[in-house]
Design a protein. Structure first.
Length: 71
């Protein structure tokens, strides 16, 4: 359900922001490192540092301003 919203957000920012998705079952160690408990969880990272997080379903219209606040 999140994929179209992530794709739209990635398109909105172009090369300024990298958008990725992680399978928390396959990469449980990474999910644990970033304390992912509920799905979906969106993390805004700068390097490996978590700058902000959102848990639950969000739309592209919510994601774009969320990312912009941290640029």
């Amino acid at each position: 359900m999140m994929v179209p919203h992530l794709q739209g957000t990635a398109k909105a920012f172009g090369s300024r922001v990298r958008v990725g998705k992680l399978d928390s079952d396959k990469y449980a160690q990474a999910a644990g490192k970033w304390k992912v408990q509920g799905l979906p969880t969106l993390l805004l990272l700068r390097g490996e540092q978590v700058v902000d997080r959102i848990e639950g379903m969000v739309t592209e219209e919510q994601l774009v301003p969320w990312v912009e606040r941290h640029l």
